[in-house]
Design a binder for this molecule. Structure first.
Ligand SMILES: Nc1nc2c(ncn2[C@@H]2O[C@H](COP(=O)(O)OP(=O)(O)OP(=O)(O)O)[C@@H](O)[C@H]2O)c(=O)[nH]1
Ligand SMILES: [Mg+2]
Length: 322
């Protein structure tokens, strides 16, 4: 493990120390293939990390739109005596899919992997150090991740902070401390043997991070265990969390709608036609959003079964490495 930052948190590992790496040269004896899932909110740099670490050429995002909208795998590469495959995943705050879609896609993939006996050695969770106001959507991604993963597997989690070059060093360090010591961020993960490391977007740094994972025993995530026990997707901890998030969102939309109706009544009294038309348009949009939020969860169980069949077919035909 690299150099420990003094006085902050023993779990934060400064990436500066990079060993003259065994990772650069494939070992002649490859003992087994292990998988590492890369997760994090949209635009946090998951695909970039995977490309840098593995030499893959997966599509990277350009703007605010989410880029990765399915689980995809890197090309295999070796670290020490292990062959590694990285799994790229969409974030829960994806701009092109609902959180329910993301839960369905990730859960089905992880479950099929587990059923096929594929060993997951850990999870890399990406966090931009440049996010000074981690938005509510990024925090939602983290909460969903925590429920998917389960505390039992936190020891196999590495929180990777990136984009250090885009902020002054001292701001980054202050932010890192906050991330490591607050309950709403990574404190619960770091308290249970997870670690936080810096990444400088080089291959050496990515391999150094992954070296820490390949030494570990494989893990089974909470969602994998729950589904393997025969639970329906709607009985999992991740779904319960999603349901809580959606209920809150629906309540918020409902409140907005009530406010809008009051504004409309006022505009009608004042015979302000322009405002009335604007508000009517907004009301229609809000009602649509509310309907989407309310129906999202109820279609999940059905859609999940279809997704499972799709993933099983895909993985059976092509194998996970293609
Ligand atoms: N400076 C810097 N930019 C990065 C780094 N990693 C990613 N980026 C940039 O951040 C943007 C998003 O990167 P992606 O790798 O597509 O992020 P993602 O998490 O895969 O995004 P989604 O697939 O949309 O969830 C791209 O413009 C990258 O070039 C990094 O370590 N440093
Ligand atoms: Mg991506």
């Amino acid at each position: 493990m690299g150099q420990v930052l003094s006085g902050i948190c023993p779990c934060i590992v400064n990436k500066v120390h990079v060993e003259e790496t065994k990772a650069t040269f494939p070992s002649p004896v490859i003992s087994e293939t292990v998988y590492v899932a890369v997760m994090g909110s949209t635009g946090s740099g998951k695909t970039t990390f995977i490309n840098v670490a593995s030499g893959s050429d997966l599509k990277v995002g350009m703007g605010l739109e989410s880029c990765t909208n399915e689980v995809q795998t890197s090309i295999p590469f070796t670290i020490g005596d292990r062959q590694i495959l990285l799994l790229d995943t969409p974030g829960f705050d994806d701009t092109t899919m609902t959180d329910t879609d993301v839960l369905r896609i990730i859960s089905a993939y992880l479950f099929v992997m587990h059923k096929q006996g594929i060993r997951l050695i850990g999870i890399v969770y990406m966090q931009r150090i440049s996010d000074f106001n981690v938005g509510s959507s990024a925090r939602r991604d983290l909460r969903m991740f925590q429920e998917l993963c389960g505390e039992e597997a936190y020891g196999n989690v590495i929180v990777v902070t990136n984009m250090w070059g885009t902020v002054p060093e001292e701001d980054g360090v202050a932010r890192e401390t906050e991330l490591a010591t607050k309950d709403v961020f990574y404190k619960p993960i770091l308290e249970r043997k997870g670690v936080m490391v810096r990444h400088d977007n080089t291959r050496e740094s990515a391999h150094h991070i992954l070296e820490q994972l390949v030494r570990k025993e494989p893990t089974v995530l909470r969602i994998q265990r729950e589904l393997a026990e025969g639970k329906d997707i709607t009985q999992t901890a991740a779904f319960r969390q999603l349901d809580r998030e959606l209920s809150e969102l629906a309540l918020q939309r409902q409140k907005n709608l009530e406010q809008l109706k009051a504004d409309m009544a006022r505009a009608e009294q004042e015979m302000d036609e322009e405002t009335q038309n604007e508000l009517a348009e907004e009301k229609q949009k809000l009602e649509e959003e509310l309907r989407t939020v309310q129906t999202q969860a109820s279609t999940l169980a059905f859609d999940y079964q279809a997704e499972l069949r799709k993933v099983e077919e895909k993985l059976n035909i092509r194998g996970l490495t293609e």
